[in-house]
Design a protein around this ligand. Structure first.
Ligand code: ATP
Ligand code: MG
Length: 399
């Protein structure tokens, strides 16, 4: 365990980060940890994502370290890799001339730390810490940390108009930290919340996905509903109300499933990964099927334990009975969980039988799976081979 001068525990990336700060300082530049890392350090939340602010230009940083990736050179950011850890090092800058409520068209470097801090979104995100562990706070961020408040730096309406992603970031930090969004910031969200529609759908999805994984997501969803911000999010309001009302647990995947179950998935608008969309469809299908009949071994076999478990959680969000015990006992009693668990499978069928119609192979495997799952035939080579022969005769004779 390594501690700083104030007796605070320092993680490995923190210790290496200090070396990075020192090397920049030794070359006569300023360098500070900044933003989320400092905020989380004070709150004793472990974070590995370390940002560094400096008055050194990216080229100077590139010359000081062996491994530097020009990740965001346009914005003055390079990624320094030291002892396997990465550090985002950004030159002090001011931003002006925002277009489309999202992208600044020019990025101007500054030699002053205070300029760099003023451009940041929330007071709790502008704290900096030097190599000695000393904290500098230009915008009353420590007060807001103590009072558990999320407040923009400067006029909230103007800051949201400059970059409307900050609207959603306010809710995301509330979801992460359980903090209240401060009154004037809330008022501005009520006034200009609709600007979120100018932000790219990928960024909106990304923020929401992170929010749904946070411990205080219910609090943030409540604030979204209270400010009517949920209505700005492309007609997902019914889903947000459902998520708010339920006492059942949900994660990111289930949250998206509820939102789209309530409002339908607009494929022209949303750009969720195909895998997520596929899971949402499966969970929804299983949920709808289980309204009429309990979960069964075939659903478990075809879609897997995880999907059925999700569907059961979705059921609970919709006030249906919890079938956890049934799912568990069905899963435990299943002789096979995958087609490859069959003792007599495709390769054996091809080797042992002369099959004239290739389509019969797939059909035969389905029959074997069904017979084993229903425990009509034991999952052993000889029993299945005998059964397969009978079925094949029927298939080949067209019965
Ligand atoms: P976490 O990593 O826990 O999500 P974070 O505060 O580190 O939180 P990042 O998105 O990693 O958030 O951004 C790092 C820092 O950059 C923020 O703390 C903030 O100072 C600044 N920042 C990021 N996005 C914006 C923005 N849209 N407007 C203004 N400042 C921003
Ligand atoms: Mg971060």
């Amino acid at each position: 365990m390594v501690y700083n001068a104030n007796g605070d525990y320092m993680t490995k990336p923190h210790q290496i980060g200090l070396k990075v700060l020192k090397r920049i300082n030794d070359a006569s530049y300023e360098a500070f940890f900044v933003g989320g890392f400092v905020r989380d350090f004070i709150l004793k939340i472990e974070s590995t994502d370390i940002d560094i602010a400096t008055n050194a230009r990216p080229e100077a940083i590139q010359s000081l370290f062996d491994k530097v990736i020009p990740t965001g050179l346009k914005y003055g950011t390079v990624t320094v890799i030291e002892e396997g850890y990465t550090f985002e090092v950004t030159t002090y800058r001011t931003e002006d001339n925002y277009q489309d409520n999202r992208h600044p068209d020019t990025v101007k470097y500054s030699t002053y730390l205070k300029d760099d801090l003023s451009r940041r979104d929330f007071t709790i995100n502008q704290l900096v810490m030097d190599k000695n562990g000393q904290i500098f706070d230009h915008h009353h961020g420590l007060d807001d940390l103590n009072n558990q408040r999320i407040r923009t730096i400067g006029d909230p309406k103007a800051r949201f108009e400059e970059d409307s992603l900050r609207l959603l970031r306010a809710f995301r930090f509330s979801a992460k930290l359980g903090f209240q969004i401060e009154e004037k910031t809330i008022e501005a969200i009520i006034q200009v919340g609709a600007l979120i529609r100018n932000v790219s759908i990928e960024r909106i999805q990304n923020e929401l996905s992170m929010l749904f994984e946070m411990p205080h997501k219910k609090k943030a969803i409540q604030a979204m509903i209270d400010t009517d911000f949920h209505r700005a999010l492309f007609d997902l309001n019914a889903g947000f109300n459902k998520l708010y009302e339920t006492t059942a647990l949900f994660d990111e995947l289930l949250a998206w499933t509820v939102l789209f179950l309530e409002s339908g998935y607009d494929a022209k608008l949303w750009k969720l990964p195909n895998k997520t969309i596929h899971s949402i469809k499966t969970i929804t299908k299983l949920h709808l099927q289980s309204k009429d009949s309990p979960f069964d071994v075939f659903q478990l076999f075809n879609f897997g334990l995880s999907m059925v478990t999700y569907a059961n959680q979705l059921n609970q969000i919709y006030g249906l009975e919890d079938q956890t015990a049934l799912i568990k006992s069905l899963h435990q009693s299943m002789p096979i969980h995958h087609v490859c668990d069959l003792a007599f499978k495709g390769e054996h069928i091809i080797k042992q039988f002369k099959i004239t119609n290739k389509r019969h192979i797939g059909a035969l495997i389905d029959y074997l799976i069904e017979a084993v799952l229903l425990k009509q035939v034991d999952n052993d080579y000889e029993s299945l081979k005998k059964y397969a022969q009978e079925v094949l005769q029927r298939l080949e004779s067209g019965l």
